[in-house]
Each structure stands twice: as structure tokens, then as C-alpha cells.
Design a protein around this ligand. Structure first.
Ligand SMILES: Nc1ncnc2c1ncn2[C@@H]1O[C@H](COP(=O)(O)OP(=O)(O)O)[C@@H](O)[C@H]1O
Ligand SMILES: [Mg+2]
Length: 258
């Protein structure tokens, strides 16, 4: 039996998707309230977000899609507390980012959020194992959960690649290491910005399947940004953006061209 949320989504060979668990719990977990963000380039102001509001419930897997320049990455940075809005607020698990000090925001990020970026962002001098383990060390979790470490690496097909540095790994392998690093601390929230943007379809399926699986098994809330309609369908719900605003699906030209 397949659940409606993932119908049509292929199971990757190394990432079996566990079906049938009701993930969403009806609890507000991420709340974006009327977010505005403007960048200043010299004397020119670029409006990146023009009043974005939405709620993600605990346990949901939400995809955000939209054309290039529509403000998706800016939204990602605001939701992750990596930059501040000009106005509006982000409330994450009851904590308003705008009311926290920089140190408190950093602590909250480390404790609650796993980040995945399009460009992997691995440390070049460390091997895959250390790139993953460093996330455990930074969070203060230590390396005590070896069972989880082994399982994540196994599911992502990394077990035999752990002693290789990023330069010795393919793009797909590097992103799988980056995903293992994001998931190793079992963060309540996984934020991913174009996680499959640099990957072939086989590696994309592994990464997306793993996001889906960790969402279903660990009840993690996942917010994934993508411009790929096939990838977006891994989500329970799709939010469409255009020109810094949330719009209906039919207003997103990418969505129509398929
Ligand atoms: N650091 C920046 N400085 C100036 N303008 C920026 C910066 N980052 C993004 N922008 C502009 O903000 C708008 C939204 O960009 P972005 O959030 O990266 O969109 P997306 O991820 O959907 O492509 C674009 O017009 C982009 O050029
Ligand atoms: Mg972007």
C-alpha cells in the first residue's frame, strides 16, 4: 500500500521509505509572520521577500518551489536564523528568533536544526567520517550514538567511503555526507536549500528518499527548497513563491511548464 503523501515517488535502492505513519501532529512548529527582507547593493535596494507568512506543523514535510530570484534562499536563511528580516518574525518551536541574542540563536540552530545546502559545504581537510562527527561534537552530543551513526551511513551508502576526503568523493557522495551530517543529531527541523540541485537523478532519489524517511521515522519537520517539480512532490505540501511572495500554484510558471 502506498500513502497519498508519497504516491508516485520512487523508492531508491538504498533508502527504503517507511510508509503509513501519520507524520504531522497539528502543532505549529515553524511560523513565518509577514517577513520582509531587502538587500542593499550600493544605492539600490533589492526586495527579496515582500510579506511572507505561513505555518508548518510539527512533523510536516513541506516543499517550497519558485523561479530563480523568487526569494527562496532568503527565506531559508531567515528560517534558519542565519540572517535577520527587516520586519516580520520567525517563531520556531515557540521561540521568536528576533527576540534572541546571537548566542541564543546559535545555540538554537545547533540544537534544533540540520542544514543541507546545494553546495554541500563540507570541510575539505577532513574525511567523510570526521565531517559527520564534527556536527556531533559541535552540538555537544559527543560520539556516543554510534548505532545511529552507523545506520545513517548505511542508509546513505557511505559505509565504504568514510575515510575519503571530499575531493575524493563524487558530488552525489559529498551530498550524502552533508545529509548524514545534517541528520546525525536527530534535529527536530531539517532545512534544505536545493539539496539535489547539483545531483544526478539516482543520487537525488537517495537524498530525497532519506529526507522522507527521516521525516517519517523520526517525526522530523522538513522544509525543502527546490526548483525541481519532481523533488517537490516528496513533500506533503508545496508552497509556491514568486517575486518574494507566496502565490497559488498556477501563478508559478515553472509549475505549469512540465
Ligand atoms: N546577498 C544579496 N545581495 C543582494 N541581493 C541579493 C542577495 N541575495 C539575494 N539577492 C536578491 O534577492 C532576490 C531573491 O534572491 P534569492 O533569495 O537568492 O532567490 P532564489 O533562492 O529563489 O533564487 C533576488 O533578486 C536576488 O538577486
Ligand atoms: Mg536560491
Amino acid at each position: 500500500m502506498s500513502s497519498p503523501a508519497v504516491s508516485g515517488v520512487p523508492n531508491s535502492p538504498s533508502c527504503k521509505i517507511v510508509l503509513g505513519m501519520a507524520a504531522s501532529t497539528g502543532t505549529k512548529f515553524i511560523e513565518a509572520k509577514d517577513l520582509h527582507k531587502t538587500y542593499r547593493v550600493g544605492k539600490i535596494e533589492v526586495l527579496a521577500l515582500d510579506g511572507v507568512s505561513f505555518v508548518v506543523e510539527k512533523g510536516e514535510f513541506v516543499s517550497v518551489v519558485g523561479p530563480s530570484g523568487s526569494g527562496k534562499s532568503t527565506l531559508f536563511y531567515l528560517l534558519g536564523g542565519l540572517t535577520r528580516a527587516n520586519s516580520g518574525s520567525v517563531v520556531l518551536d515557540g521561540d521568536d528568533f528576533s527576540l534572541l541574542t546571537d548566542a541564543q540563536r546559535t545555540r538554537m540552530r545547533r540544537r534544533k536544526i540540520g542544514f543541507v545546502f546545494q553546495k554541500f559545504n563540507l570541510l575539505p581537510t577532513l574525511d567523510a567520517r570526521s565531517n559527520i562527527a564534527i556536527a556531533q561534537e559541535i552540538s555537544g552530543n559527543g560520539q556516543d550514538d554510534t548505532q545511529h551513526f552507523t545506520r545513517i551511513c548505511d542508509l546513505l551508502g557511505l559505509t565504504k567511503r568514510l575515510h575519503h576526503r571530499p575531493s575524493e568523493l563524487s558530488g552525489g557522495e559529498q551530498q550524502r555526507v552533508a545529509l548524514a551530517r545534517a541528520l546525525i543529531n536527530k534535529p527536530a527541523i531539517v532545512l534544505a536549500d536545493e539539496p539535489t540541485g547539483n545531483l544526478d537523478s539516482k543520487n537525488s532519489d537517495v537524498v530525497l528518499g532519506m529526507l522522507r524517511q527521516s521525516n517519517q521515522e523520526l517525526g522530523q519537520t522538513v522544509l525543502m527548497i527546490t526548483h525541481n517539480p519532481k523533488a517537490a512532490k516528496y513533500g506533503d505540501r508545496i508552497i509556491h513563491m514568486r517575486d518574494g511572495r507566496i502565490v497559488a500554484a498556477e501563478e508559478d510558471p515553472q509549475w505549469a511548464v512540465r
